[in-house]
Each structure stands twice: as C-alpha cells, then as structure tokens.
Design a protein. Structure first.
Ligand code: FE
Length: 205
C-alpha cells in the first residue's frame, strides 16, 4: 500500500473530477461511512468481472445442449450454476446468432452493458458514434470490425436499458469439433458477445 493510492498523488496533477472523487472518498473514510478496505474489495470485485465470464458461458453452451437451453431460458440461473454472479442485472437476455440472424447490442441512451458478464464496456461502446451508427448502419459498423454479412442475413439491433442487458451468443466456429471448453472459450471475444463480430475462427495448426 503506497503512493499508487489517490490521496498521495500531488493534487495539481489531477483533473477537477478526479480531485472531487478523492475528496469525497477521503471524507467518507474520515466519517467512517466506508473503509479503505471496502474500497479495495470493491475495486477487486469490479476488476474480476471480465469477458472471460461471458466466454465461459458461451463455450459451455456450445458443448452442452442442455446447459445451452437453460442459459437461454434463464440466463441468471445458468450464471449461478457456474459461479458467475449476475444478480446485479435485472433482466438478462441471451441472443443466439444463427446463419440467418445476427444480433448486435447497443445502449443508445448511455452505456448500459452486462458488466457482471463482460466487465467494463470498451470506450467505443460508449461513444456517440457507435450509439448512433449501430442503429442507422449496423452492417457498416460490423464491416469496420471485419464482419461482412451477405444481404440475406438479417441483422437485429437490441437497445439495452437500465432494466434489460443482453449478451450475444456467437456461432461456434467450424472445425472446432471435439475442442475442450477452455480452448473454445479462447475463441469467444468480448466483441463477439456484443455482436459486432463473430467468434474467432479456428485456425489450422
Ligand atoms: Fe445505458
């Protein structure tokens, strides 16, 4: 515990908002509302939530049809089954990609995101550009991520809200028959679970 904690920073290097945050934190600690340890625990908890959670869910669904059915029917219960805490999400919806239909997730209003499953949203997800263009030109956005969809594939865009969070279940890449869940999970990227691209292809050795 040394000077990588905020209150030891020379304050003049901090932005206005950073200074305000640290001042509030110091006050809350001083008044005994929360402790330094509470804050550290919360930071560790937040940082433990990463796209690896989503990748585990998708990979398990790919290899286990019964789990996949439960994951779609009751995503929060499926999370609990494998030790992922999704209780912070009110309504959690799984969107299954198929050869005919691709799903893409946005929050047009702000930056709602399934944080327990995917961690913190990338900056582009929060950008005005993405929030606007995902609705007006989703195929164009996908193209920029490297996914060129034929015209006959339908694209559905889902707008997240404070109440509903989505995860896209990408299609299992061809050539991965017999792969372990752990190896499959490595193909499930954050961006494929937002729906702007597919899962990574299985590359020949
Ligand atoms: Fe939002």
């Amino acid at each position: 515990m040394s000077d990588d904690h905020g209150h030891d920073h020379p304050k003049h290097e901090l932005s206005y908002y950073a200074k305000r945050i640290y001042a509030m934190r110091d006050l809350l600690i001083e008044k005994g509302v929360i402790s330094e340890k509470d804050i550290q625990c919360q930071i560790e908890y937040q940082e433990a939530r990463t796209p690896a959670n989503g990748a585990r869910l998708v990979a398990k669904a790919w290899v286990d049809p019964a789990f996949k059915a439960r994951f779609i029917a009751d995503p929060k219960a499926a999370c609990q089954e494998i030790g992922i805490d999704a209780t912070a999400i009110n309504e959690f919806v799984v969107l299954e990609n198929t050869p005919q239909v691709r799903h893409m997730v946005v929050c047009t209003l702000c930056s709602c995101y399934p944080r327990p499953i995917l961690g913190r949203p990338p900056d582009w997800y929060k950008s005005f550009n993405y929030r606007q263009r995902s609705v007006s030109d989703p195929r164009g956005v996908m193209r920029e991520f490297g996914l060129e969809l034929p015209d006959e594939v339908e694209v559905r865009v889902h707008d997240s809200t404070a109440d509903i969070r989505y995860i896209v279940m990408p299609m299992r890449p061809a050539g991965t028959e017999g792969w372990s869940e752990d190896d499959l999970a490595k193909l499930v990227t954050r961006d494929s679970m937002i729906g702007v691209m597919d899962a990574l292809p299985s590359l020949p050795e």
